[in-house]
Design a protein around this ligand. Structure first.
Ligand code: S3P
Length: 172
């Protein structure tokens, strides 16, 4: 692995980007950066508050500003929001000095992780599993296209997933 590169985790809400990413950062001595956390501190509002007050388009603008900023750094493990890949410019900013890893999860695995969660505005209305399935169908090909590597997370422990990523990094 080139020393200065970032490791960028992409994937659907609830696939484990933050949990896997923060532990991974500790293990390889990188800084952990969570895009959603950065956005909330930038606007001093929670994500549901931002969506409710200003709408999704405004949130996406904050997300792009944030990614542009974060993408310039080095030696970071970056957990992106699940919708960050919706804008090509976000992907490009992250690819400039990062390896993009798609954490692939089944809809049911995602559902298990988010079913009681109130913090994801896009999953608050209607049948959660159906919403996950339709959004994932919309986005799946974008995650795959953007990714340098795809790592499957369903049925595996956080430790196993981190190990796989660390092994892949050593092979580079
Ligand atoms: C979103 C994912 C969320 C957050 C926002 C929108 C999405 O991040 O950015 O609620 O569009 O998929 P997580 O993937 O960290 O839940």
């Amino acid at each position: 692995m080139t020393e200065h590169q970032n490791i960028v985790l992409i994937g659907f809400m609830g696939c484990g980007k933050s949990t896997i990413g923060s532990g991974l950062a500790d293990r390889i001595g990188y800084r952990f950066v969570d895009c959603d956390t950065e956005i909330t501190s930038m606007g001093d509002m929670s994500i549901p508050q931002i969506f409710e007050t200003y709408g999704e388009a405004y949130f996406r603008d904050l997300e792009t500003t944030c990614i542009r900023q974060i993408g310039k750094g080095t030696r970071q493990v970056i957990a992106t929001g699940g919708g960050a890949v919706k804008r090509k410019e976000n992907i490009q900013a992250l690819q400039k000095q990062g390896i993009l890893i798609y954490l692939e999860a089944t809809p049911f695995h995602i559902y298990q992780n988010v079913k009681d969660d109130q913090n994801r505005p896009l999953l608050q209305e209607g049948d959660k599993l159906a919403k996950i399935q339709s959004l994932l169908t919309e986005r799946e090909h974008i995650y795959r296209q953007a990714a340098d590597w795809v790592v499957s997370v369903t049925g595996r422990t956080v430790n196993e997933i981190q190990e796989e990523i660390i092994e892949k990094l050593k092979e580079r």
